[in-house]
Design a protein around this ligand. Structure first.
Ligand code: ZN
Length: 219
């Protein structure tokens, strides 16, 4: 099985897929957010620098992000498969990563239409009590009674930060940043595309086909 780099917009199901691959196939899930939290806890000088940057509300630059990632990859033993989640985010990061000469890599691009992404993100409502999530735009994800949790009958809430405008902005930034990364990996013949507009179970099946060849249906 190959190591995986995911390129995916918000609401493409990357979290669910990564969780599946970790649980069933033993992948180590590496996200830059988690790495930053880990290195800050470690108290090393790089950790201190990153703590400062994040405290100021700034973004950690590509070189420091790369150093943190490189350190993490060096701790993995040779047989440990991994998923890179949220990295590389731009072409500069992709080129830095290429210096590590990692082999056995596949880049999976979860291609999601804007309209589907928007419905998934903006239609999401959550039960404040039991944390079950619903979506008002999808029949199979709607609560049985409008605005009431099926499980515990609490009143459901919309996530406040999800307005159409902020969503559109984030989606467009993603498109802009990843366009070059996608063509970079396409040129290297490493890119596989999956239709992420499908039901999440079908997306997982398609990812497993890539990862496992035709042995996928045994999972
Ligand atoms: Zn509930």
């Amino acid at each position: 099985m190959p190591n995986i780099i995911f390129i995916a917009p918000l609401a493409a199901g990357k979290g669910t897929i990564s969780e599946y691959l970790s649980k069933h196939l033993g992948y180590e899930h590496i996200s830059t957010g988690d790495l930053f939290r880990e290195i800050i806890k470690s108290g090393t000088s790089l950790g201190e620098e990153i703590k400062e940057i994040i405290a100021q509300g700034s973004l950690v630059d590509d070189d420091k992000t790369f150093q943190v990632l490189k350190q993490k990859l060096e701790t993995l033993n040779n047989n440990q498969l991994f998923i890179l989640d949220g990295y590389p985010r731009n072409i500069n990061q992709a080129k830095l990563l290429n210096k590590l000469e990692l082999n056995n890599i596949v880049v999976i691009f979860l291609n999601l239409d804007y309209d589907v992404a928007k419905k998934r993100a903006l239609g999401r409502i959550i039960c404040p009590n039991c944390k079950k999530t619903y979506n008002i735009y999808f029949d199979n994800l709607k609560p049985k009674v409008d605005n009431i949790c099926d499980e515990c009958h609490s009143k459901l809430e919309k996530r406040i930060d999800d307005t159409e405008e902020t969503f559109k902005k984030r989606f467009n930034i993603y498109l802009e940043e990843t366009r070059e990364v996608i063509s970079y990996y396409k040129d290297m013949n490493l890119l596989k595309e999956v239709n992420a507009n499908q039901d999440i179970n079908d997306v997982i099946k398609d990812v497993l086909k890539i990862v496992n060849g035709d042995k996928y249906d045994k999972y």
